[in-house]
Design a protein around this ligand. Structure first.
Ligand SMILES: Cc1ncc(COP(=O)(O)O)c(C=O)c1O
Length: 240
Protein backbone atom coordinates (compact mmCIF):
# COMPACT_ATOMS: atom_id res chain seq x y z
CA UNK A 1 0.00 0.00 0.00
CA UNK A 2 1.24 3.55 -0.62
CA UNK A 3 1.21 5.92 2.31
CA UNK A 4 1.08 9.71 2.27
CA UNK A 5 3.66 10.86 4.81
CA UNK A 6 3.17 14.50 3.77
CA UNK A 7 -0.48 14.81 4.72
CA UNK A 8 -1.01 17.35 7.49
CA UNK A 9 -3.83 16.26 9.78
CA UNK A 10 -5.57 18.72 12.06
CA UNK A 11 -5.38 17.21 15.54
CA UNK A 12 -6.84 20.14 17.45
CA UNK A 13 -9.76 19.30 19.77
CA UNK A 14 -8.95 15.58 19.81
CA UNK A 15 -7.73 15.80 23.43
CA UNK A 16 -4.24 14.98 22.19
CA UNK A 17 -1.53 15.74 24.71
CA UNK A 18 0.66 16.81 21.80
CA UNK A 19 -1.65 19.54 20.50
CA UNK A 20 -4.24 20.27 23.17
CA UNK A 21 -2.23 19.48 26.30
CA UNK A 22 1.29 20.71 25.67
CA UNK A 23 0.80 24.10 27.36
CA UNK A 24 -0.15 22.40 30.61
CA UNK A 25 2.30 19.52 30.34
CA UNK A 26 5.41 21.49 29.37
CA UNK A 27 4.71 24.94 30.79
CA UNK A 28 2.31 24.18 33.65
CA UNK A 29 -0.26 26.44 31.92
CA UNK A 30 -3.36 24.30 32.47
CA UNK A 31 -5.75 27.27 32.14
CA UNK A 32 -4.30 28.45 28.79
CA UNK A 33 -3.45 31.87 30.24
CA UNK A 34 0.25 32.12 29.36
CA UNK A 35 1.24 34.29 26.43
CA UNK A 36 3.80 32.80 24.05
CA UNK A 37 5.75 34.62 21.32
CA UNK A 38 4.53 31.95 18.83
CA UNK A 39 1.15 30.69 17.74
CA UNK A 40 0.37 27.10 18.77
CA UNK A 41 0.74 26.01 15.13
CA UNK A 42 4.24 27.47 14.97
CA UNK A 43 5.71 25.19 17.64
CA UNK A 44 7.58 22.20 16.19
CA UNK A 45 6.27 19.53 18.54
CA UNK A 46 9.08 17.00 18.94
CA UNK A 47 8.74 16.43 22.67
CA UNK A 48 6.28 13.54 22.97
CA UNK A 49 6.48 10.05 21.49
CA UNK A 50 3.52 10.28 19.17
CA UNK A 51 3.45 10.89 15.48
CA UNK A 52 1.74 13.17 13.01
CA UNK A 53 0.94 10.26 10.65
CA UNK A 54 -2.51 8.78 10.21
CA UNK A 55 -3.17 5.40 11.77
CA UNK A 56 -3.19 2.38 9.45
CA UNK A 57 -6.61 2.22 7.65
CA UNK A 58 -7.20 -1.39 8.76
CA UNK A 59 -6.98 -0.37 12.42
CA UNK A 60 -9.36 2.56 11.85
CA UNK A 61 -11.80 0.20 10.10
CA UNK A 62 -11.63 -2.33 12.96
CA UNK A 63 -12.45 0.42 15.48
CA UNK A 64 -15.36 1.57 13.31
CA UNK A 65 -16.63 -2.00 12.93
CA UNK A 66 -16.55 -2.40 16.70
CA UNK A 67 -18.41 0.89 17.21
CA UNK A 68 -21.06 -0.31 14.73
CA UNK A 69 -21.97 -3.07 17.18
CA UNK A 70 -23.34 -0.13 19.25
CA UNK A 71 -23.07 -1.57 22.76
CA UNK A 72 -19.70 -1.31 24.50
CA UNK A 73 -20.33 -2.79 27.99
CA UNK A 74 -17.70 -4.36 30.24
CA UNK A 75 -15.03 -5.84 28.04
CA UNK A 76 -12.14 -8.22 28.23
CA UNK A 77 -10.15 -9.89 25.47
CA UNK A 78 -11.99 -13.21 25.12
CA UNK A 79 -11.47 -13.75 21.39
CA UNK A 80 -8.52 -16.06 20.65
CA UNK A 81 -7.54 -14.05 17.53
CA UNK A 82 -5.81 -11.43 19.65
CA UNK A 83 -3.52 -13.93 21.35
CA UNK A 84 -2.90 -15.75 18.08
CA UNK A 85 -1.95 -12.54 16.24
CA UNK A 86 0.20 -11.31 19.13
CA UNK A 87 2.10 -14.55 19.42
CA UNK A 88 2.43 -15.00 15.65
CA UNK A 89 4.17 -11.60 15.58
CA UNK A 90 6.39 -12.46 18.54
CA UNK A 91 7.33 -15.79 17.02
CA UNK A 92 8.12 -14.25 13.63
CA UNK A 93 10.11 -11.31 14.97
CA UNK A 94 11.68 -12.61 18.19
CA UNK A 95 11.36 -16.40 18.15
CA UNK A 96 9.33 -16.30 21.34
CA UNK A 97 5.70 -16.65 22.44
CA UNK A 98 3.83 -15.88 25.67
CA UNK A 99 1.27 -18.35 27.08
CA UNK A 100 -2.21 -16.82 27.08
CA UNK A 101 -2.64 -17.37 30.83
CA UNK A 102 0.50 -15.32 31.55
CA UNK A 103 -0.58 -12.25 29.57
CA UNK A 104 -2.03 -9.38 31.64
CA UNK A 105 -3.42 -6.19 30.18
CA UNK A 106 -2.59 -2.66 31.21
CA UNK A 107 -3.73 0.68 29.84
CA UNK A 108 -0.07 1.37 29.07
CA UNK A 109 3.42 0.84 30.36
CA UNK A 110 3.27 3.88 32.64
CA UNK A 111 0.19 2.65 34.57
CA UNK A 112 1.80 -0.81 34.76
CA UNK A 113 4.96 0.74 36.24
CA UNK A 114 2.95 2.51 38.94
CA UNK A 115 1.14 -0.70 39.82
CA UNK A 116 4.23 -2.91 39.81
CA UNK A 117 6.37 -0.52 41.84
CA UNK A 118 3.62 -0.58 44.46
CA UNK A 119 3.33 -4.35 44.37
CA UNK A 120 6.99 -5.30 44.29
CA UNK A 121 8.68 -2.76 46.56
CA UNK A 122 8.24 -2.54 50.31
CA UNK A 123 8.71 0.84 52.03
CA UNK A 124 12.46 0.39 52.47
CA UNK A 125 13.20 -1.44 49.22
CA UNK A 126 15.15 -0.12 46.27
CA UNK A 127 14.64 -0.35 42.53
CA UNK A 128 17.74 -0.23 40.34
CA UNK A 129 17.44 2.04 37.32
CA UNK A 130 20.10 2.43 34.63
CA UNK A 131 20.70 6.08 33.87
CA UNK A 132 20.22 8.08 31.76
CA UNK A 133 16.67 6.75 31.91
CA UNK A 134 13.19 7.36 30.58
CA UNK A 135 11.72 9.80 33.14
CA UNK A 136 8.72 7.64 33.99
CA UNK A 137 10.98 4.99 35.52
CA UNK A 138 11.65 7.42 38.37
CA UNK A 139 8.23 9.09 38.70
CA UNK A 140 6.38 6.11 40.28
CA UNK A 141 9.30 5.65 42.70
CA UNK A 142 9.01 9.28 43.82
CA UNK A 143 5.22 9.38 43.92
CA UNK A 144 4.94 6.12 45.88
CA UNK A 145 7.76 7.23 48.25
CA UNK A 146 10.01 4.30 47.31
CA UNK A 147 13.75 4.43 46.64
CA UNK A 148 15.97 3.99 43.61
CA UNK A 149 19.63 3.23 43.04
CA UNK A 150 20.85 4.86 39.82
CA UNK A 151 23.20 2.56 37.99
CA UNK A 152 25.01 4.80 35.51
CA UNK A 153 25.62 3.47 32.03
CA UNK A 154 29.16 4.02 30.78
CA UNK A 155 29.80 6.33 27.84
CA UNK A 156 33.11 6.01 26.03
CA UNK A 157 35.08 8.32 23.74
CA UNK A 158 33.73 6.50 20.65
CA UNK A 159 30.18 7.36 21.71
CA UNK A 160 29.21 3.85 22.90
CA UNK A 161 26.95 3.24 25.85
CA UNK A 162 27.66 0.10 27.87
CA UNK A 163 26.64 -1.43 31.19
CA UNK A 164 28.93 -1.05 34.20
CA UNK A 165 28.58 -4.68 35.31
CA UNK A 166 30.75 -4.29 38.42
CA UNK A 167 28.55 -1.42 39.62
CA UNK A 168 25.40 -3.37 38.72
CA UNK A 169 26.62 -6.37 40.69
CA UNK A 170 27.36 -4.11 43.67
CA UNK A 171 23.98 -2.37 43.46
CA UNK A 172 22.15 -5.69 43.12
CA UNK A 173 23.88 -7.04 46.22
CA UNK A 174 22.39 -4.25 48.36
CA UNK A 175 20.05 -6.21 50.69
CA UNK A 176 17.27 -3.68 50.04
CA UNK A 177 17.52 -3.97 46.24
CA UNK A 178 14.43 -5.85 45.07
CA UNK A 179 13.79 -4.81 41.48
CA UNK A 180 15.59 -3.89 38.27
CA UNK A 181 13.64 -1.58 35.98
CA UNK A 182 15.23 -2.54 32.69
CA UNK A 183 14.82 -1.02 29.23
CA UNK A 184 15.62 -2.69 25.91
CA UNK A 185 16.01 -1.03 23.44
CA UNK A 186 17.15 1.56 25.95
CA UNK A 187 15.54 4.99 26.04
CA UNK A 188 17.29 7.45 25.69
CA UNK A 189 20.60 5.91 24.49
CA UNK A 190 18.98 3.76 21.79
CA UNK A 191 21.15 0.79 22.76
CA UNK A 192 19.81 -2.59 21.70
CA UNK A 193 21.50 -4.87 24.22
CA UNK A 194 23.36 -7.88 22.88
CA UNK A 195 22.59 -11.44 23.93
CA UNK A 196 25.83 -11.52 25.94
CA UNK A 197 24.91 -8.33 27.81
CA UNK A 198 21.38 -9.58 28.44
CA UNK A 199 22.65 -12.91 29.75
CA UNK A 200 24.99 -11.16 32.17
CA UNK A 201 22.17 -8.92 33.43
CA UNK A 202 19.87 -11.95 33.77
CA UNK A 203 22.54 -13.78 35.76
CA UNK A 204 22.94 -10.84 38.18
CA UNK A 205 19.17 -10.55 38.60
CA UNK A 206 18.91 -14.26 39.26
CA UNK A 207 21.87 -14.40 41.64
CA UNK A 208 20.46 -11.61 43.82
CA UNK A 209 16.86 -12.78 43.52
CA UNK A 210 15.57 -9.50 42.08
CA UNK A 211 12.37 -8.86 40.20
CA UNK A 212 12.81 -7.45 36.73
CA UNK A 213 10.46 -5.20 34.79
CA UNK A 214 11.70 -5.35 31.22
CA UNK A 215 10.24 -2.47 29.22
CA UNK A 216 10.59 -3.51 25.58
CA UNK A 217 8.14 -1.01 24.12
CA UNK A 218 10.59 0.10 21.41
CA UNK A 219 11.47 -3.42 20.23
CA UNK A 220 9.85 -2.98 16.82
CA UNK A 221 11.87 0.16 16.00
CA UNK A 222 15.13 -1.40 14.93
CA UNK A 223 17.66 -0.59 12.25
CA UNK A 224 18.06 -3.22 9.52
CA UNK A 225 20.11 -6.20 10.63
CA UNK A 226 19.61 -5.48 14.35
CA UNK A 227 17.75 -8.12 16.36
CA UNK A 228 15.74 -7.69 19.54
CA UNK A 229 15.91 -10.43 22.16
CA UNK A 230 13.06 -10.52 24.71
CA UNK A 231 14.48 -10.63 28.23
CA UNK A 232 12.04 -13.35 29.22
CA UNK A 233 13.66 -15.68 26.68
CA UNK A 234 16.86 -15.50 28.74
CA UNK A 235 15.25 -15.30 32.18
CA UNK A 236 13.19 -18.48 32.23
CA UNK A 237 14.31 -19.55 35.69
CA UNK A 238 13.92 -16.08 37.22
CA UNK A 239 10.13 -16.23 37.02
CA UNK A 240 8.52 -16.71 40.44
C1 LIG B 1 10.85 3.39 27.43
C2 LIG B 1 9.41 3.84 27.39
N1 LIG B 1 8.49 3.17 28.14
C3 LIG B 1 7.19 3.54 28.12
C4 LIG B 1 6.75 4.60 27.35
C5 LIG B 1 5.29 4.98 27.39
O1 LIG B 1 4.51 3.85 27.43
P1 LIG B 1 2.91 3.92 27.50
O2 LIG B 1 2.48 5.00 26.55
O3 LIG B 1 2.46 2.55 27.10
O4 LIG B 1 2.54 4.22 28.93
C6 LIG B 1 7.66 5.32 26.56
C7 LIG B 1 7.21 6.45 25.76
O5 LIG B 1 7.97 7.22 25.25
C8 LIG B 1 9.02 4.93 26.59
O6 LIG B 1 9.94 5.58 25.87
Amino acid sequence: MTYDFDEIIDRKHTNALNTDGFRGYIFGDTEGKMKFPFKDDEFVRMWVADMEFAMCPDVIQAIKDRADKRIIGYSQVFEPDFYEAYNAWNQKMYGWTYPKEEICFSLGIIPALYMLVDLLLGDHDYAIINTPAYGYFQHPIDERHKHAIHNKLKYDAQGNWTIDFDALEKDASNPFAKLLIWCNPQNPTGRVWTEEELRKVAAIVEKHNLWIISDEIHCDLLRQGVKHIPMLRLCQNIKN
